[in-house]
Design a protein around this ligand. Structure first.
Ligand SMILES: [Zn+2]
Length: 414
């Protein structure tokens, strides 16, 4: 039987849409048993036509449709978005020549929803360094911030999600910006375990990171793009021009997505992480505000743990640019730097040494860091060879402890 998905969308309340769908063919094993899912917005979206509100579903499943030469059948679809599909598909094809991107989207009605866009812009906002740097770059444009919940923490952990919303609202309020929260079950539809086996084999990466998340996130913005007649939506880049890593969110894909009359901009691709730390630092100084960066995903925490590589890295990036991490949502205890040094010696391994080598270069440029006895270990540490086999036992013991802590934490947060 040919691989096929047929989907319909209904407005359930003035801020909730529901998708019902039927899947035929072999590739149904790459979907979970769920045959409907909801997306709720903290904004009223009842005026948004179906040809727009179908977009988040389409962008969520398109990579699977392409990979398995399937047919995705919708009733109505926005014309500009539909016409952009081939353009952003080319980005995927170029990125992963080892995958054949076939498949097609068919419709009953192609709808022209074009509007005269105004000057308003929006930005996807997670609270991380990339997103906050994008906020810093475009603060004068007063972007509407968009946060999607259901991405890295499942919606059932509402206690944690509520705390995160509060944290993000705090930054939005600091800069007098509107923030729209979206709760989406989009990740619960894909059988990630099954599809990851295929993507690991083909491109040595997981499906979410390699193929799904970029356009799936962008699709959620279609309804707000239409509602606010947005000029553009920014999505912050995680990588920097020249990086060798492949990722579903890339300028060759994101910049080609059209949401009716609204353009999408993959933002900050010209900045390194350390440049982004500087951008955020400048923002805080210029407006004399406090911000709470949220970079840590250890134990699905709401606050930064200040104990993992990502926290350490961000803290040192801020220090390298002359900023006090305590003003950015980190709490540095006594002996913090000694702990970092010891963790690098005994526990931490690095997948990418690049970020720490940039920190090393930046430290070398500042005498006050070079001469600081707590920090100057960075200058001589060999980050290139820090993934030593001897650390594996400690690293994995620590990983098991972390996993147990995470389970306890999540059970308590339900
Ligand atoms: Zn952390």
């Amino acid at each position: 039987m040919k691989n096929k998905i047929k989907v319909t969308v209904t407005l359930e309340a003035n801020n909730v849409i529901r998708y019902n769908y039927k899947i035929d063919g072999e590739f149904s094993k790459y979907f979970t048993k769920k045959r409907e899912y909801c997306i709720s917005y903290s904004d009223n979206i009842e005026e948004v036509p179906k040809s727009i509100s179908i977009i988040p579903f389409v962008t969520n499943v398109l990579p699977l449709v392409w990979m398995f030469d399937a047919e995705l059948i919708v009733d109505e679809i926005d014309k500009s978005f539909f016409e952009s599909i081939n353009d952003f598909k080319k980005g995927y094809q170029k990125m992963y020549p080892q995958i054949k991107f076939n498949g097609k989207l068919t419709y009953n009605k192609l709808c022209d929803n074009t509007y005269k866009e105004n000057k308003k812009v929006a930005a996807f906002y997670s609270g991380g360094l990339d997103a906050m740097s994008t906020l810093a770059s475009h603060i004068e444009e007063k972007p509407i911030l968009i946060n999607i919940q259901g991405s890295e923490i499942k919606l059932k952990y509402d206690k944690s999600l509520r705390k995160i919303r509060k944290n993000l609202e705090y930054t939005a309020n600091q800069f007098n910006l509107n923030i729209v929260f979206i709760k989406s079950e989009y990740r619960e539809v894909i059988n990630e375990k099954m599809i990851n086996k295929i993507t690991k084999m083909l491109i040595n990466d997981n499906y979410w990171h390699a193929l799904q998340h970029g356009i799936a996130i962008i699709g959620h913005g279609a309804l707000l793009a239409y509602k606010y007649k947005l000029n553009k939506i920014y999505i912050a880049s995680s990588f920097t021009q020249g990086d060798k890593e492949t990722c579903a969110s890339d300028p060759s894909i994101d910049n080609y997505v059209k949401l009716s009359s609204t353009s999408v901009v993959h933002d900050g691709y010209n900045f390194s992480r350390i440049d982004k730390a500087e951008n955020v630092g400048k923002l805080v100084c210029k407006y004399n505000k406090n911000v709470k960066l949220r970079v840590c995903f250890e134990d699905f925490r709401v606050e930064n743990c200040c104990h993992c590589e990502k926290c350490y890295r961000t803290i040192y990036e801020l220090i390298a640019k002359g900023y006090d991490p305590n003003k950015f949502g980190f709490l540095l205890k006594n002996n913090f730097h000694k702990q970092v040094k010891n963790d690098f010696k005994y526990r931490l391994g690095l997948e990418y040494s690049k970020f720490w080598n940039e920190i090393k270069i930046a430290f070398n440029e500042k005498n006050e860091l070079k001469n600081n006895p707590e920090l100057n270990w960075v200058l001589t540490y060999d980050f290139e060879h820090c993934n030593k086999k001897s650390k594996y036992l400690i690293k994995y013991t620590y990983a098991i402890i972390r996993r147990i802590k995470k389970i306890i934490y999540l059970v308590r947060e339900r």
